[in-house]
Design a protein around this ligand. Structure first.
Ligand SMILES: CC(C)(COP(=O)(O)OP(=O)(O)OC[C@H]1O[C@@H](n2cnc3c(N)ncnc32)[C@H](O)[C@@H]1OP(=O)(O)O)[C@@H](O)C(=O)NCCC(=O)NCCSC(=O)c1cc(O)c2ccccc2c1O
Length: 138
């Protein structure tokens, strides 16, 4: 059975809004990173441990976003995170920013490549990580 969709809930902070009272476009990626960290922890790969252990890194090679409805200070938002592409050395995550009525406010996509810390060279994703990601592939 497939796991339930993963959601990262947050409340929009004042310091992430612009002069018009909307989420400033660049700050969407703060929440993307927060959702990514929560997602990786959920699938058994907490980024703090990855970085501390220092064996493999998952740098972003691509990030994009679409802004469909404004988000404002105090809004309760949920970010649905899923794996949208799984390749030999890389994977892509998709993010859907939803309000309480399930309206899609924004979407984002990030691509991550596995790089070994020592050599700074890319390698195939380890089997265990691939399996964990595959369970969240849509
Ligand atoms: C990461 C690189 C060293 C990779 O360069 P390399 O030449 O080894 O790899 P390729 O270019 O051949 O690509 C490998 C693989 O990835 C796919 N790919 C690459 N770029 C893209 C792209 N833009 N879009 C889509 N796909 C891409 C490519 O098709 C290949 O696919 P496979 O089929 O083989 O799987 C090098 O690119 C590099 O150093 N780039 C700079 C990275 C960087 O500085 N990023 C910004 C900051 S990193 C960051 O923010 C960050 C966030 C985190 O959440 C982390 C979490 C944990 C650890 C580190 C994190 C982190 O640093």
């Amino acid at each position: 059975m497939l796991p339930a969709p993963f959601y990262y809930p947050f409340r929009l902070r004042l310091h992430d809004t612009d002069a018009a009272g909307r989420l400033f476009f660049g700050h969407l990626f703060r929440y993307v990173q927060d959702a990514l960290e929560a997602f990786m922890e959920q699938i058994g790969y907490p980024l703090d441990a990855l970085l501390r252990d220092g064996e493999m890194l998952l740098p972003l090679t691509h990030a994009e976003a679409d802004y469909r409805r404004p988000m404002r200070h105090g809004d309760h938002i949920r970010v649905q995170v899923s794996v949208v592409e799984l390749r030999r050395r890389s994977f892509a995550l998709g993010y859907r920013f939803l309000n309480a009525a399930d309206d899609e406010l924004a979407t984002a996509r990030t691509v991550h490549v596995l790089v070994m810390h020592d050599t700074q060279l890319g390698e195939a994703l380890p089997d265990a990580l691939r399996v964990a990601l595959a369970q969240r592939l849509i």
